[in-house]
Design a protein around this ligand. Structure first.
Ligand code: GDP
Length: 218
């Protein structure tokens, strides 16, 4: 469906509001899609599956790389898009201060970035949508950010348990579309891309690309 020509990691952002808008010609200009999810759900694997690269987003956890926004430029036959990997949430043991800086980094990006077209909330199909995921979906809805849920690791369940789990996730997701994916078998890849290229997200809608506002830059 969507053929990816090239993909590159551009920058990691550690400070709220300091986006890499002048580092790469695509960033600050092309539409963005953000990936959210607790750590270990398969967020990096999903990014790799979507771009068809084995290790663009690292699937190994590197300490210190977890509290930042990672910006990737993805060139496809249908246009150039920017993938923004948000730091994983759901850390039970982080200090209050760390939690506050995580919130300001992620929430400022989600609330003020005009180039952001939508968010993929990544969940493990075996774990589904918990309180934090539900809160994030409500928060995105409140801020009028279109979202889809990607349920990963579908290859780990039998057909029967898979459809039961997908039904439960869809029920918990409400109006938010849910797509099952696997980094192992690549199942769901085309469906995620399809969801990214139709309303309400529609990365292909060039008319929706607003000019940079002062909020977008540093
Ligand atoms: P992240 O922390 O959310 O970025 O998660 P990763 O993408 O690093 O994945 C965490 C672990 O789950 C790794 O060991 C992956 O190999 C594994 N994993 C991720 N996606 C899948 C999947 O679709 N199927 C299977 N079987 N394993 C997966």
């Amino acid at each position: 469906m969507i053929r990816v020509l090239r993909a590159r990691f551009v920058a990691a952002v550690l400070e709220a509001g300091r986006y890499p808008d002048r580092i790469d010609p695509a960033i600050g200009r092309e539409p963005e899609i953000a990936f959210a999810g607790r750590s270990n759900v398969g967020k990096s694997s999903l990014i790799n599956t979507l771009v068809g690269r084995r290790a663009l987003a690292r699937t190994s956890k590197t300490p210190g790389r977890t509290r930042q926004l990672n910006f990737y430029v993805v060139e496809t036959v249908r246009g150039t898009f920017v993938f923004v990997d948000l730091p994983g949430y759901g850390y039970a043991r982080v200090s209050k201060g760390e939690h506050a800086s995580w919130r300001s980094l992620v929430e400022r990006y989600l609330e003020e970035r005009t180039l952001l077209r939508g968010v993929i909330l990544v969940v493990d199909i075996r774990r589904g949508i918990g309180i934090e995921e539900r809160e994030l979906l409500d928060y995105l809805h409140f801020h009028r950010r279109p979202a889809i849920v990607a349920a990963t690791k579908i290859d780990k369940l039998s057909r029967g348990s898979r459809s039961a789990a997908m039904r439960a996730i869809s029920a918990a997701a409400g109006d938010t579309p849910v797509v099952g994916v696997s980094g192992e078998t690549r199942e769901g890849r085309d469906e995620v891309w399809r969801r990214l290229t139709v309303p309400p997200i529609d990365l292909l809608d060039t008319a929706a690309q607003g000019p940079l506002t002062p909020h977008d830059g540093s």
